[in-house]
Design a protein around this ligand. Structure first.
Ligand code: ADP
Ligand code: MG
Length: 250
């Protein structure tokens, strides 16, 4: 295997995207460039409607770019990619499936046999702190627990790249804080298969707390107009343990 240290996980070049509207083409993205290296958490900020979700969908291979190219681990993306998982703002769970079934659903499309699906799903559920909730339905869970199911469903495919579209913004502040910190603890401990995270957020504090780099997307049309490297050696570890404890105790 090639030397993965410092290797490029994602490379997007001159990505453009437009949508047909009654009044003509709406150009949403116009020449977006970004690169993610192994070990990086990169934040994507931009106003509502600037095309952040569209960009994530293109990177995940869910919709095509109208121009430009996206390479994942050196290969062009031209459809859904194994190794890339997405977490959504509103969780996007199947309400008629249990927690276990929701997490397993992430593996069905990959053709993983039933027995292996179950084992992997149970592992992901345990990892993300949902042990004991396997047979609960989404409606029986709090927002934070639902998003944990969203995380488990993403993690179960053993992704190399995790795309997160405002994953904490539907949660109250304290729940968001707990989930964010739990995710980062797993990341820092090396407990995740993920090698790189691209996270869309509206919360600048969250971006500084979580990210190594922050990209700013302009509006009408969207283009990366600014890039900031977060100027701390270990920003993700800077939370006072006493504060952590306080949050955990609530
Ligand atoms: P953001 O996530 O930054 O808020 P989006 O990527 O959701 O922005 O949307 C950017 C623009 O593209 C918006 O004007 C939205 O209405 C439009 N748009 C997004 N998806 C579609 C679609 N499938 N068809 C038509 N227009 C779309
Ligand atoms: Mg969006």
């Amino acid at each position: 295997m090639e030397n993965i240290a410092n290797s490029t996980i994602l490379d997007a070049r001159d990505v453009c995207c437009g949508f047909e509207k009654a009044q003509g083409e709406l150009k949403v993205l116009d020449g977006v460039n970004l690169t993610l290296k192994e070990g990086e958490i990169v934040g994507l900020l931009g106003r509502s409607g600037s095309g952040k979700s569209t960009l994530l969908r293109i990177i995940a291979g869910l919709i095509p770019a109208t121009d430009g190219e996206v390479n994942y681990c050196g290969r062009p993306v031209d459809g859904p990619v194994e190794g890339v998982a997405m977490v959504f703002q509103t969780f996007a769970l199947f309400p008629w499936l249990t927690v276990l079934e929701n997490v397993e659903a992430g593996l069905e499309a990959l053709g993983v046999p039933a027995q292996a699906r179950r084992e992997r799903a149970l592992k992901a559920i345990d990892l993300i702190g949902l042990d004991g909730f396997e047979s609960a339905y989404p409606r029986e869970l709090s927002g934070g627990m639902r998003q944990r199911v969203g995380f488990a469903r993403a993690l179960v495919v053993n992704p190399t790249l995790m795309l997160m579209d405002e994953p904490f913004s539907a949660l109250d502040v304290l729940t968001a804080e707990t989930l964010r910190t739990d995710l980062l603890d797993l990341w820092n401990e090396g407990g995740l298969p993920i090698k790189s995270i691209l996270i869309v957020t509206h919360n600048i504090e969250e971006a500084v707390f979580m990210c190594d780099r922050i990209l700013l997307l302009s509006s009408n049309p969207g283009r990366v107009i600014s890039e900031v490297t977060v100027p701390f050696a270990h920003p993700r570890n800077r939370l006072d343990p006493a504060f952590r404890q306080f949050v955990d105790d609530i």
